[in-house]
Design a protein around this ligand. Sequence first.
Ligand SMILES: Nc1ncnc2c1ncn2[C@@H]1O[C@H](COP(=O)(O)OP(=O)(O)OP(=O)(O)O)[C@@H](O)[C@H]1O
Length: 620
Amino acid sequence: MAVDREDSSVMSIANILKSFRYWPRIMGLLWATDAKSLIAIMILNLFHGISPIIVLILTKDLINSITYSWTEGFNVILKAFAILVAFTLLSQLLNLIQSYIESLFKVLLMNRINKLIMEKSVSLSLKDFENSEVQDALKLAQNEAGHRPYQIMQQMMSLISGIVTLISAAGMLIIFRWWMAFILLIIPFTSFYSFLRIGQQEFLVQYNRIPKMRKAWYYSYLMTNDKNFKEVKLYQLGKYLQRCYNGLFKSFYKEDKKIAKKRLSTGIIFQVINVIANVLMMVVVLRSAFLREIEIGTVVALTQTITMTQSNSQALISGILSLCQHNLFLKQLFIFLDLKVSKNDKGKRTDIMEIETVEFKNVSFMYPDTNRYALNNVSFKLKRGETMAIVGRNGSGKTTLMKILTGLYDDFKGDILINGISIRSFNQEALRNHMAVVCQDFVQYELNMRHNIGFGNVNRLERDDELLESARRAGIDDLVDQLPHGLDTQIGRLFDQGSQLSGGQWQRVAIARAFMRKADLYILDEPSSMLDPESELQVFEKFRELIHQHIGIFISHRYTSIKYADHIIMMDQGEVVEQGSHIELMKKDSMYAYLYKMQLSAYSDNDKEEVQYEMVSGDR
Ligand SMILES: Nc1ncnc2c1ncn2[C@@H]1O[C@H](COP(=O)(O)OP(=O)(O)OP(=O)(O)O)[C@@H](O)[C@H]1O
């Protein structure tokens, strides 16, 4: 899967304009968030736009009423003043209401976007999720997209009110001297292109920085996460990691400073031009007043109109510029949300009563962006009631086999047959309902024990009897009993009042989780790596007992545990180099027998005698 990185990084006006094509979707997003609030915010913004010019006209009337009051009485002043006060009060009240609605709308919008990102994340396949470009897009979407749509909305709203103010202010100026309005409008537009280029450069800097930002985030994570704390401390990695982080930070700062300097120098040039134009126009207005062409109130109104037109046209330009920039960032959100979900399971078979057989037929698989087969021509068959153990050196392909069987990767060669039917024709979700897996890198949920076990079957979270039975099978019923709040005890140290477990206990919890599933196929990937020999034996006993009527596959490096499996496959460099029962493999006296004996020699003499006995008698 390729994220649209190249297209996004081309620096052209056309590209910026193209980014506006997402506006209908942005509007859809805003509308779907809360249509009523959106309409209210729009109306209030229109009012917000028109109100400065109304205040200006009312102020002018008030000042001029002083002159009229000399002939018509004090009431004229009072009336003009009361109107001004009433309007100001109304305007302030509406401002407060507007910020109230906006603040709530903002929360809803952020929540909606986060939800979309999370939904997309969980719908991706493992292959896509492991792709670094997808990770970059996800990071950018998480970092930027959450607040950008709201900023776009705010910017759009202030553009609307800015345009309304500008038109009304420019209208007043046109009546006095048309060329003044023209000059005030034209100056900011000349700065548009310069600032647009700076904005684009800023985006590109940030865009190209994402991989480095992820690295910086990772350094910080290593230093601040409790899981890494012990090792960082014991290997005294703190200073080194800080240096790495600071190195990246300095390079970011250098780039930011360069852009900020460009922004500053361009800003100074256009500010000077603005001030000169402003001064000249003020002189024209003051001269008209001196020549008695206009009244005092009109002088006040005109000087304010000049400032207002100037600041509004500037704000308008910078508003358009930041809209362009928000668009570029937001485009990344839509690129992420539009990532194709690799596999479409619609219309595939869901009619799986029970898994009776699993057969690998010449299965080969290569990870994306690699050129070596992680699985090469693997074949075996398993029936209900059988257990299979997979052994082999590190990196020989054991876990890959598990990932392929569980559908985490689906683009393999050959075929996998479930009950004699190709796995490709099954709906993956439906198939997964029949599988229970304990992964090598299982998750330690920093939640309570109920969730830690119950996540094996989320629909049964409240079934204490089933949770406790799974705990018993995994040999942690005593542990659950001893916890201060039983199943409802918080586990881990991340949150308050959490009870920390040992590595082996966490592993048993993961096994209990798998036992919660009423599965037909159980896969345990190194379920005993953290268990002591006695616990390991217990777990395997329970496992064999449990899968009596089902199919069990377990991956292990401990030969003493796997010898009881009905079928053992020995893997090397992605290939099945030997397969058969323990006795058959021992008789063969090849790689399996060699490794078994080697491992056993680390144990007691009794065990060695047992090997000799087994090989002679064929006893299991
Ligand atoms: N996500 C991945 N992307 C690319 N290559 C991978 C990926 N995962 C594993 N590999 C490679 O595939 C090969 C098989 O890995 P696998 O994890 O299946 O080995 P394993 O037999 O389970 O090893 P171990 O006993 O250490 O768990 C290795 O060479 C590994 O480098």
